[in-house]
Design a protein around this ligand. Sequence first.
Ligand code: GDP
Length: 530
Amino acid sequence: MSNIVNEIERRRTFAIISHPDAGKTTLTEKFLLYGGAIREAGTVKSRKSSKHAVSDWMEIEKQRGISVTSSVMQFKYNDFCINILDTPGHQDFSEDTYRTLMAADNAVMVIDGAKGVEAQTRKLFHVCALRETPIFTFVNKVDREIRDPYELLEELENELGIKTYPMNWPIGCGMNFKGVFDRVSREVLVFSGGKHGQEQVAVDRIGIDEEDKLIEYIGPAFYEKLMEDIELLDYAGDEFDVEAVRDGKLSPIFFGSALTNFGVEPFLIEFLKQTATPTPRQSDKGEIDIYEEPFSAFVFKIQANMNKAHRDRIAFMRICSGKFEKGIEVNHVQGGKKVRLSQPQQFMAQDREIIEEAYAGDIIGVFDPGIFNIGDTLCKNPNKFTFEGIPSFAPEHFARVKPIDTMKRKQFIKGVTQISQEGAIQVFKRPNIGVEEIIVGVVGVLQFEVLEYRMKNEYNVDIKLEQLAFSNIRWIEESPVAVDKLSLTSDTRLVKDIKDRSILLFQSEWGIGFALEHNPGLVLSSIGKA
Ligand code: GDP
């Protein structure tokens, strides 16, 4: 038993989020480097660099038997066992990206110091904020010209609505980057360039009281500026409060340079100090104890294998309590059956391996013969419970979809329904019209092409996609009148999703404002609550 406790206690699970190009791949690679999971940087390939046509992308999926979009990596650092959940860049940005955040306990947000908060960071941040996920910010690329650090903090606070606490402070930037002042140890970590970041670097540390030595290293002008900054930060800034960090109310900020490894290890050390053991999850029977409760998990992602001959799928699950052992028999609560979890896998960078055991906080992928749905609960305990479901996130692109050959309507409906159950697309229907019109919504536009490809290859149906001008979706939570009697702009459309929830599709923010203004008592939500 105590072995289980030890194993769970040393686990930390985080998602890494950023706008493309901020340095997520580079930082991830450096974590793996410091964790000893790889010996030399440059081995984790950036997906983004290979701009595949959709068909190539599908080929890759087939060859690997698993999505290129589903990197889950595990590495050890000191005595900790750390799971990183990667969130894909804009090429294959999809609803999965959001769902992945539901499986994480913490988020590491990488910001490009020259650019600040960008569109994709903003979207991912808001999904993290839904669950009050603790967010650790890494302001990257200080070895280049970056924006004024005070301005960056202000932007983070204003745009994202979170308090910040700089854990360190940059001294110069770009050509004049000298290092950072570590506010915890009250030392200056001197930047020496490093070997292009391929290997771990040792850092010189100089105590803030060693004035002469500091001036020698960073020069008198930077020394003076640093003293001013320290005074300002210490007296004018917010207090550091680790509980506020754990509640997702305060984001610790770290300045660094992933490329040169500078600041990566101090970040990791502080991150491990400030994070707690895996976060207990809520169920319909209350909070599930991560140690006491035997194995339990929820499915947050389903990946079709794309292998026509087998049609097998992989269900990714987040373990919420206890220990997983290969071949374990568990209750699949929603399916009402016992299932044996076979071929359990864990993922290391882009390889996967069969595992014997895993613990609360870990992510595993298991073979799914087509029985699991997103949000399903699995538990060893015969006194079953269900974890809180996973919400539906707002798609941003919409299209009317139909089979080119009308005789294939049945196959078409089957395919669209199955693909939507995997969570790759959302399907909406217009109530009260003759032949049912199918509207598909996706978060990333690539999913349309994936849908077209899969419908043809797996269901033998050619489809016609006609993109629609809708850009905003709102689930109706409360309506003062019957939903079809709402007063709306003529370009707003009422639809239902597969759970029969009523939804409004808007062509602009303005349409949303109109609806709220003209229907007092109308309550709209940008996520479909589970
Ligand atoms: P991602 O799209 O967020 O995964 O970004 P990448 O890790 O692929 O980085 C994007 C580009 O920024 C690459 O050319 C990296 O070499 C570069 N880069 C990443 N980190 C740093 C850094 O700390 N300093 C500098 N100068 N460049 C960086």
